[in-house]
Each structure stands twice: as structure tokens, then as C-alpha cells.
Design a protein around this ligand. Structure first.
Ligand code: SF4
Length: 269
């Protein structure tokens, strides 16, 4: 039974339906096996100190499927910023039904959100990079700190090909923000391999992907992209490409660290 309250899709993004050639099927199966083995080794190394930060993007539903298919004992959490699109909540319910599980949701601190909105307005993130980062800090980074408390390693669905800010991404790295080991099992996957896995395994996915939203975050900070645009061009589209990270996955250069500190100092005054 289709329980989605959303209307039928008016468009179909062809990138979500790659031609399932023998070569693509073989490459996807090989990478899924490699990702499963990589995660199995991570469980052996980190045990209960390992967690998966699931943002419900196309890559994250692939990882979810690999984890449940292999019955890997990995905790999975989601940051619910309070500004997610309706389609994301529909997907959350579909995934929980498909895998008979509950993802662990982390919410922002209510008082911190109230203070931000009273001081700056409900959509203040459009006004400056500093206010956008401050919103991401309250709604994402602070809850992430709680989600990662006591952990030694976290898994993400990042891919190197997603944007210039993720170029050269390794499968294993030390996260500059949290100091934890960050594991990116899909670092070398192509977009076609992601969608081949989803289609071949009939994995639930966010309906917005069909509407040309390859990367989905909060509703007011995500738009559809045009053909040929960078896959993350729809995130914080009003900002320069080098600013397009919320801090969850930013490569913290000294300049960026200084900029974040400057933003904090400015907002504190
Ligand atoms: S993506 Fe937008 S709405 Fe979501 S936390 Fe960041 S600035 Fe706020």
C-alpha cells in the first residue's frame, strides 16, 4: 500500500535510471562487496564505538541496504534539523518499514533554536554566510556532537565525485572537526553505481532525487539543479562553491577554522 501523502512525480531525472548494462552490474556488485567487507572490518576494529551518520541521501540508502543485508551490528542515526523536506520523512518511514528498524533521531536543542530565530529570524541563513553557519551549528553540528559522544569512528555516505570540496576523499581519514576516524565506504563510487544498486535492490529513496535534487538537505537550503551542474550546486546555492559545506564534512583548513571562529565571535556580539 502506498502511504505517501505526496503527489505523483511530474518529472523523472534520467541520472536515477542508468542503463543496467552487464558492465555496470558487475562494477556495482564488486563495489558493494568491497563496501560490505570494509564495514565488516570496521565493526571488528571499533565494535560499539562505531556509528553511521545517515542523512537519507542516495548514498546513505545504499549503505543502509548493505548494512542490513549483511546484518552488520552498526548503530544508525539521523540529524533531524526540523527543516527537512516532507519527502525525507516519507523516506524515513519507508526505510524503517523495509528493514524493520528504528533509526535514532537527534534533534536540535529547543532553546538554542528559539534564541537563534528570535535574534535573527526564521530564514536568516539567507542573509550571510555567518548566519547560515550559525544555523547549521545549532541545527546540525551541536546535535552531531551528541550523536558522536563516546564513539571512536563514524561512517558517512560521502563520495569524492560529489563536489570540488570532496575531491581526493579517502575511504578512511581522521575527521578534523570531531577528531574521530571517519569512514567513507563509498568514496570511489560513481553516481551510476549508486543508482544501479538502488534499482537492482529496489531500495527506497527520496522522491526528490527524481526531481533533479541529487543532494538533499534542509528544505529551504536545497534546490533542484540543471543538467551539467555540479551535484551539490543545489545546496546553499546562493553561496560560493567553497562555502558549500555545513561543517559536518568540511575539510578544516586553518583559514576555514579562522573563518568559523570569526563568525562565532561576530555572532556572539
Ligand atoms: S541547511 Fe539551512 S536550515 Fe539546515 S541547518 Fe543549515 S542553514 Fe539551517
Amino acid at each position: 500500500m502506498n502511504t505517501s501523502p505526496l503527489p505523483p512525480l511530474p518529472v523523472r531525472n534520467p541520472a536515477t535510471r542508468p542503463a543496467l548494462t552487464d558492465a555496470l552490474r558487475a562494477a556495482t556488485a564488486e563495489k558493494a562487496t568491497a563496501a560490505r567487507d570494509f564495514l565488516t572490518e570496521a565493526v571488528a576494529e571499533f565494535g560499539g564505538a562505531l556509528t553511521f551518520a545517515n542523512s537519507l541521501g542516495a548514498e546513505d540508502v545504499v549503505l543502509t541496504d548493505i548494512i542490513f543485508a549483511a546484518r552488520l551490528p552498526i548503530d544508525i542515526f539521523l540529524l533531524d534539523t526540523g527543516r527537512l523536506p516532507a519527502e525525507t520523512y516519507v523516506l524515513l518511514a519507508e526505510l524503517e518499514a523495509r528493514y524493520r528498524t528504528r533509526l535514532q533521531l537527534f534533534f536540535p536543542d529547543a532553546g538554542a533554536v528559539e534564541n537563534y530565530v528570535r535574534a535573527h529570524g526564521i530564514n536568516a541563513f539567507y542573509d550571510s554566510v555567518a548566519l547560515r553557519r550559525a544555523c547549521c551549528r545549532v541545527r546540525k553540528l551541536d546535535p552531531l556532537q551528541r550523536a558522536l559522544a563516546g564513539r571512536k569512528a563514524w561512517i558517512t555516505g560521502l563520495r569524492a565525485a560529489q563536489s570540488p570540496t570532496r575531491d581526493g576523499l579517502a575511504r578512511r581519514e581522521t575527521d578534523a572537526g570531531s577528531g574521530l576516524v571517519k569512514l567513507n565506504p563509498l568514496a570511489d563510487w560513481s553516481e551510476a553505481e549508486i543508482w544501479a544498486h538502488i534499482r537492482l535492490r529496489d531500495v527506497p529513496f527520496n522522491a526528490l532525487h527524481e526531481r533533479f535534487y541529487p543532494s538533499i538537505g534542509c528544505a529551504p537550503c536545497t534546490r533542484a539543479i540543471s543538467l551539467g551542474e555540479d551535484l551539490r550546486a543545489g545546496r546553499w546555492w546562493w553561496e560560493a562553491p567553497e562555502n558549500k559545506e555545513c561543517g559536518l564534512h568540511a575539510k578544516r583548513t586553518p583559514a576555514m577554522t579562522a573563518a568559523l571562529k570569526h563568525d562565532d565571535d561576530h555572532l556572539a556580539t
